[in-house]
Design a protein around this ligand. Sequence first.
Ligand code: PGA
Length: 248
Amino acid sequence: MAPRKLAAGNWKMNGDLAALAEIDALVAAHPAPGCEVLICPPAVLLHPMKARVDGGAIALGGQDCHAKASGAHTGDIAAAQLKGVGASYVILGHSERRADHGETDAVVAAKAAAAHAAGLTAIICVGETEAQRDREETLTVIASQLDGSIPEGATAANTVIAYEPVWAIGTGRTPTNDQIAEVHALMRERLAGKVGDASQVRLLYGGSVKPDNAAQIFALPHVDGALVGGASLKAADFGRIIAALDAA
Ligand code: PGA
């Protein structure tokens, strides 16, 4: 059986208390979606957002966590703290964190292990740069990021993988269907050596997913949903993506 599909919204460093109205609109428009719906807002919005979705069909997640359980790490957030305010997921190793904060595969794996220990599902992001794609290194890069970023103990229940080509994020450009399908097939195969129930691991595509291209992406083999940035900020747009995933 195919795993339950996942529509995940990554708000990045966008949104404030007024933006909670978008969540109300999303819940009103999609009270019982067939796919799992997840919003990862800035951490400061998790708690107030939880109150809006409590008992509803929307799950919440953080955008990063520290590898340690607690301690002297000014400005960081522990996985258990995310969990404590209502998160059940955390995005890890997003290319913006890899680039802005120098996160290596080993750091991402350590954070994912911490997320698992706290009972969170880790959404581990991988993706090639445009230069790497031009040099035809995409599959090697993805394989090595998967090998390095997935910790021991990863299962289909506690781990989701997002393929996000760096050059497709926020640019309006997307890979061809064949390029997405090629990477997703490689990921499924690669996971078989690392995660026992690899066929059940959700594999998301991310990078300029919009209402207009969602259906075509969701029709591809081994695409179990999307990680959506810009188009997750507006309930109307994200709602159309959820509907496309439900119809896939
Ligand atoms: P985008 O971002 O949908 O705005 O391209 C995706 C992401 O970075 O998760």
